[in-house]
Design a protein around this ligand. Structure first.
Ligand code: SF4
Length: 428
């Protein structure tokens, strides 16, 4: 049995670029396909390869022909969903069974209930994919929890999975060697950083309305054993490690143990990790210790700058806490990468207020997206009647799929200006 794991190419369309010639907003990310490396690590005994189309966009047909897989398993976020379908069609034409997982499959599995897809994995796939492959090899018709067999025209039926430590894994290291040939490409070009990815936790204890993370674990927060995280960090040759968790500090005790273990192991690397502002404020000593362990920068979802809008997101946080966290991090010397969400209902003064906030608070690298109700999220349920663009190619988080209050071109010009100003002195 041969299994090809596929990372789709950077996908999606840009309204500001297509309609107004504004090409500065589109964001291109290229990092190693950690989720696929984790899946591959749990497929021992099978011939497994990774086709990373973000690194080499045009190699899918070549890899299909050369590897001749029995199973093609494709991951994807929402703006990649249509691309995933196209890849699945090619794989099916070659006679492979097709399995789809990842963020979009976990939040909106019904989207993939189509002829070119055989199975949909809902939630973390490490254990589910292994169980599915084992069943197929043994000729068993039964499906593991969290896996659906497609049946176009009918409702997609599956038994929801109860996610546990088995799904979080850590027993085996991610199969980093399967993409070793691409490693020189896994860098943040703009900042000149070579970066490797490690996971220390899955899911998040919170449930912000716009966020697609809870679909991966059904709301559970699962940590990876500290010794496994240390092993994975040590395996990577890169000077910078991005802890690719939605919330690295969701269990402060685990985060403290990991910090101590990094120091004890004598690891001298720089780390980037995601944290909530209230965790910074409630655990400033943890931040200081992590800084000593190499924490260079944190990514914080500030999202909005006023309490009314934060409440609307079910963020369970306040603007004053955001400001307090910024002061703590500046005091320690940790770089702040701030996530902000602009609402399509923004007026000119909303853009101006956000621009002033970013500059006054010295946010080192603002990451600004447009509020997008992703299918499967609580926000999508609340807003679906107002959505004017359903084509998932536009769900890149940089397009307004809800009507803008300002004339559309004005909205995108102000958005581009905000990005330009915010990134003018960007540093890590
Ligand atoms: S705190 Fe962050 S990761 Fe957690 S639900 Fe909210 S946005 Fe998602």
């Amino acid at each position: 049995m041969k299994i090809l794991l596929v990372n789709p190419p950077n996908s999606g369309r840009s309204i500001p670029e297509e309609r107004y010639g504004i090409d500065s907003i589109k964001q291109i990310f290229r990092g190693e396909p950690l989720a696929l490396e984790v899946l591959a690590a749990n497929l021992d005994g099978f011939a497994t390869a990774i086709c990373d189309l973000k690194a080499t966009p045009d190699t899918f047909s070549r890899d299909l022909a050369a590897f001749r897989p029995d199973i093609v398993a494709i991951t994807g976020v929402t703006c990649e969903a249509n691309t995933v379908l196209a890849l699945a069609r090619k794989a099916k034409d070659q006679g492979a069974a097709t399995v789809i997982g990842g963020i979009h499959a976990s939040n909106d599995p019904g989207f993939f209930n189509r002829a070119e897809i055989d199975y949909v994995i809902v939630g973390l796939g490490r254990a589910s994919l292994r169980e599915l492959v084992d069943n197929l090899v043994r000729g068993k018709r039964t499906l593991p929890d969290g896996v659906a067999r497609t049946s176009p025209g009918d409702e997609l039926i599956f038994t929801p999975r109860r996610f546990t430590a088995i799904d979080a894994g850590g027993m085996t290291a991610p199969a980093y060697h399967l993409v070793a040939r691409h490693r020189p490409l896994y860098r943040l070009e703009r900042l000149g950083l070579d970066m490797g990815f490690v996971v220390s936790a899955y899911g998040c204890p919170f449930s912000c309305d716009f966020c697609c993370i809870s679909g991966l674990t059904s709301g559970a927060y699962l940590t990876v054993p500290v010794e496994s995280v240390i092993r994975d960090i040590s395996l990577l040759p890169t000077p910078v490690i991005r802890l690719l968790d939605a919330n690295t500090f969701g269990n402060p005790e685990h985060a403290a143990q990991l910090c101590q273990a990094i120091i004890a192991a004598g690891i001298k690397k720089k780390f980037l990790a995601d944290i909530r502002s209230d965790t910074v404020v409630n655990h400033p000593d943890l931040m200081r210790n992590w800084h000593k362990a190499g924490l260079k920068a944190v990514i914080i979802g500030f999202e909005e700058i006023d309490d009314r809008r934060l409440e609307g997101f079910n963020k369970k946080n306040r603007a004053a806490i955001n400001t307090e966290a910024i002061a703590v991090l500046h005091d320690i010397g940790i770089t702040i990468i701030g996530d902000f969400i602009i609402n399509p209902d923004y007026e000119e003064d909303d853009f101006a207020r956000l621009g002033a906030y970013i500059s006054d608070n010295r946010i080192d690298l603002p990451m600004i997206t447009v509020l997008t109700p992703l299918p499967g999220t609580a926000m999508h349920k609340k807003m679906k009647e107002r959505i004017i663009i359903d084509d998932l190619d536009f769900y890149t988080l940089t397009n307004a799929v809800l009507p803008t209050s300002l004339p559309e071109e004005k909205f995108y010009r102000l958005y581009a200006e905000l990005m330009r100003e915010g990134h003018k002195n960007a540093k890590l």
